[in-house]
Design a protein around this ligand. Structure first.
Ligand code: NAP
Length: 278
């Protein structure tokens, strides 16, 4: 048996065509042009690439994007002032603050300053709370993209045991909440988890969100599991070791071309939703 490839690149491309049509329809109906504002603080090359990829995706589907670049030495107050300005700007439908920001900045305060109606990357505490309670809210983009990918391939979630490795505010925690909302039984693992191998071995669905290359070993994962790898490291390596996995598991996300394109897709999709909600 060879695993089903959860092809995020292909799914995102297909969804971009639908988004393009929806943006055209919105404009033809006299609606606003969806515009995403991206804020990049500092000059980290990977972050700069991610921001550019998000702007490119906006362009492909006919949305606008406005880029704000701020220096490495930016203070929390300076960043808050920019967010406040974008919150008030009626041309802007969504705001993306690229994570991570330099260490001197209070990232949580800045995320939470984003107006809930423009929180298309799903990073605010309020948005997380609403989502976790099953109320309407924009989901954190990476887990929201993963959920779209799992649903696209009709991966059964209800009653399944999902093990999420990582508990960050933008990935692990919202991922766990979304899987719980989809009626999975969820275990969250982190750096203090005792015997990670044993936890992972119990999973029907494994989500790797640790930020360390191949920390999760292929041999830990049960035959027939669904494997979702959010990690991306130099050399095309993810957070999950893939050696021999494709022959044993039911489905897996490739790295690259799995979770990454779906994250961007969730972001632009939610930017359109924000424009529609105007
Ligand atoms: P993060 O903020 O660094 O969080 C990492 C999490 O992994 C933490 O909860 C940490 O536990 C846990 N962890 C670290 N070492 C561990 C260990 N030995 N055993 C078990 N858990 C451990 O990272 P993140 O922002 O969530 O990102 C995670 C990964 O996803 C990264 O590879 C990142 O590049 C990727 N990512 C991809 C996208 C995309 O669009 N494709 C978007 C965002 C992130 P503690 O809480 O105990 O410290």
């Amino acid at each position: 048996m060879s695993a089903l490839i959860l092809d995020g690149k292909a799914v995102a491309k297909h969804r971009e065509q639908q988004l393009h049509t929806a943006v055209e329809k919105l404009r033809a109906d006299g609606g606003v042009k969806p515009v995403l504002a991206t804020i990049l603080v500092g000059s980290d090359p990977a972050s700069a690439t991610y921001v550019q990829m998000k702007a490119n995706a906006c362009e492909r589907v006919g949305m606008g994007s406005v880029r704000v670049d701020m220096p490495q030495a930016t203070t929390t107050d300076e960043l808050l002032a920019v967010i406040d300005q974008l919150n008030r700007d009626s041309d802007i439908c969504g705001i993306l603050l690229q994570h991570p920001v330099p260490a001197q900045i209070d990232e949580r305060r800045c995320f939470d300053a984003i107006a809930i109606a423009k929180d298309v990357d799903g990073v605010t505490t309020r948005g997380f709370g609403l989502m976790a309670m099953g109320e309407a809210a924009f989901g954190s983009a990476t887990p929201a993209g993963i959920m779209t990918l799992l649903r696209h391939y009709d991966i059964p979630l209800a009653g399944k045991h999902a093990v999420v490795v990582g508990r960050s505010p933008i990935l692990g925690k919202p991922m766990a909440a979304m899987l719980l909302n989809a009626n999975a039984t969820v275990t969250i693992c982190h750096s203090r988890t005792v015997d990670l191998a044993q936890q992972v071995a119990r999973a029907d669905i494994v989500v790797g969100a640790v930020g360390q290359p191949e920390l999760i070993k292929a041999e830990w994962i049960s035959a027939g599991a669904v494997v979702v790898d959010a990690g991306y490291h130099p050399g095309g390596v993810g957070d999950i070791e893939k050696t021999g996995l494709a022959e044993r598991v039911a489905a897996l996300t490739p790295v690259p071309g799995g979770v990454g394109p779906m994250t961007i897709n969730a972001l632009i999709s939610q930017t359109l939703d924000a424009a529609l909600q105007r």
